[in-house]
Design a protein around this ligand. Structure first.
Ligand SMILES: Cc1cc2nc3c(=O)[nH]c(=O)nc-3n(C[C@H](O)[C@H](O)[C@H](O)COP(=O)(O)OP(=O)(O)OC[C@H]3O[C@@H](n4cnc5c(N)ncnc54)[C@H](O)[C@@H]3O)c2cc1C
Length: 326
């Protein structure tokens, strides 16, 4: 056997492969698109930890996105969608693949129709969606106020708050498969659950048609949003976080279980169980993903020992599987 085959690939040749892929993408995409190597992801997440994306791309159109998906598939490279990074823990070693963010304005469409339905692009921030809906006098989306994500992330996660869920208001989703095919999927064809839309694990949400309630008076919609924002302000920490770190187990609350173990304020490095809300891990400034992981393991072990309940992370470990690290 050739012993050279047993040696790890020289670093230069691995980097060269990524350079080559990034270079090929630049040639295929429109001038308005962006492609970068080793893009730091921490500033693109709300928790602000983690390493770089081997390749990072911001497509400016569906054609650009299609070109990225097809080039990645041909090269055997994984595609990872990035929304506002508000539900992610990025590992310190970064992400082995192409991270694609729909940050170009082309993805932030908000187009109300006469029948109170509204088409929204996957890159639209939920904050802007709520503001635009309030301005247009469209009711029924207020529960999304204060969730710091994008439409794409909210679809993938079936984001929910204040008794409402993203898929309560979705009529259909425009989806691109990882080989670049575009389809419109009605709500009834999608498998949706707590913090989960199965079809979006292996596909890209391009946008959705949302059903809003009857046209309402702008003031009433705005007042409801303000009340929700106030409730969040009172109950959630101000430091960087990724929102609730664990899913609520059936019939219980992860925050209550963690609090019962006396873990509020517990720290590993600069990662801390928030003293304000026990189901939030906050970054006190210089936390690393390794600190957050160690704290997640510690919390799970304590809760398991005290109550027998195995908490499951709600936050996604970007580019990896929790089961490989827990
Ligand atoms: C302070 C705070 C409060 C929060 N409160 C809530 C809350 O009340 N309710 C709640 O549900 N969540 C809450 N969250 C979590 C988070 O905001 C939501 O899960 C949100 O929907 C994630 O959207 P995002 O754009 O940030 O997605 P990201 O975190 O960037 O990504 C999440 C997942 O979606 C995928 N994704 C992103 N865009 C697309 C796309 N276009 N197509 C396919 N997949 C895509 C990503 O690959 C990843 O798997 C909170 C977070 C924080 C920091």
């Amino acid at each position: 056997m050739n012993s050279a085959l047993l040696q790890p690939a020289p670093v230069a040749s691995v980097a060269g492969r990524w350079d080559e892929f990034a270079g090929a993408l630049r040639l295929r995409l429109s001038p308005a698109a962006r492609v970068r190597r080793e893009e730091p992801l921490a500033p693109r997440t709300t928790l602000r930890v983690g390493g770089t994306a081997r390749v990072y791309a911001e497509p400016a159109s569906e054609a650009d996105l299609q070109a990225i998906a097809r080039a990645a598939q041909a090269a055997g490279i994984e595609v990872f969608m990035l929304g506002r990074g508000s539900n992610l823990l990025v590992p310190d070693e970064g992400v082995e693949g192409v991270v694609v963010a729909l940050t170009h304005e082309a993805w932030a469409e908000f187009s109300p129709r006469a029948d109170a339905r509204v088409w929204v692009g996957a890159g639209l921030r939920l904050k802007n969606l709520c503001g635009l809906a309030a301005k247009a006098g469209l009711a029924g989306l207020e529960f999304l106020e204060g969730i710091p994500g994008s439409v794409g992330g909210a679809l993938r996660m079936n984001a929910g708050a204040m008794g409402g869920w993203m898929f309560d208001v979705v009529e259909e989703v425009r989806v691109m498969s990882l080989d670049g095919k575009v389809q419109v999927r009605p709500r009834s064809a999608l498998h949706v659950d707590y913090r989960h839309c199965a079809e979006l694990h292996q596909a890209i949400a391009l946008g959705a048609t949302l059903r809003t309630a009857a046209l309402a008076d702008t003031g009433a919609v705005k007042r409801r949003m303000d009340a929700y924002a106030h409730r969040r302000h009172e109950s959630q920490p101000r430091e960087p976080s990724a929102g609730c770190i664990f899913k609520n187990p059936p019939g219980d609350s992860a925050g209550r279980l963690i609090d019962t173990c006396g873990l509020k304020g517990e720290r590993v490095g600069d990662a801390q169980v928030s003293p304000v809300h026990a189901n939030f891990i906050v970054n006190l400034g210089a936390a690393r993903a390794a600190d957050v992981l160690a704290l997640v393991r510690h919390i799970r072990a304590q809760v398991r020992a005290r109550s027998g309940i195995e908490l499951e992370p709600e936050v996604l470990l970007y580019g990896r599987n929790w089961k490989d690290v827990l």
